[in-house]
Design a protein around this ligand. Sequence first.
Ligand SMILES: [Zn+2]
Length: 219
Amino acid sequence: MKKECEIVEDLLFGYQDGTLHNASKELVENHLISCEQCKKLFNEMKKDKIDNKKEQEEEIDYLKKVKKKINKKNKWIIIIGIILGIIILFNIFIFTYYYSEAGKVKIYLSDNITEEQKENIENSVTNIDGEAEIKYYSKEDSLNQMKEKFKDREELLSGYNKDNNPLPAYFVVDTEIENGEKIKNTVESLEGVEHINNIGDTNPYMFMLSEIIVEFNSN
Ligand SMILES: [Zn+2]
């Protein structure tokens, strides 16, 4: 290898990048015209550079694709997270509401019930759960509640009054959920009892559904 070839070889990178001073640039250019060996080397360097660039572009492309994929995946994770969140909140709401009502037993009474029969029912409940809270609602209370519930559609109840009242009087017993069934079974057969609604017996989802239907109908 001639001495000039060695110098030019050192300068070739700078020549390729365009960072050489004019004098060095001229030296390289003149040498490349006359020296096949250095010209060949320079051409190989050019080819390498192109290949490198291609490789880099392919890598960038690949990285972009991966990023896109990750973004797509993240989007789905967020959507699924939101859906799960809504389901969980909905369930918390249903079960909270259910358990606030589930310990309640409604005992609907026949119209011709006597004071003695009423007392008998209350005593039976107290025998099962001495702590149970028992509230009595008269036929008139029932009608007023219904009128309050349907106050936007008064015409539905317009024919009903104190003397023409189809709604029953009832007891609401507030007890522990596990006592509900016992109270129902004991009181069911007593004189003056029409029927019993033990919310603790109902599936929470069905209970919620029936509440929604009642609410929807009253609006
Ligand atoms: Zn040379």
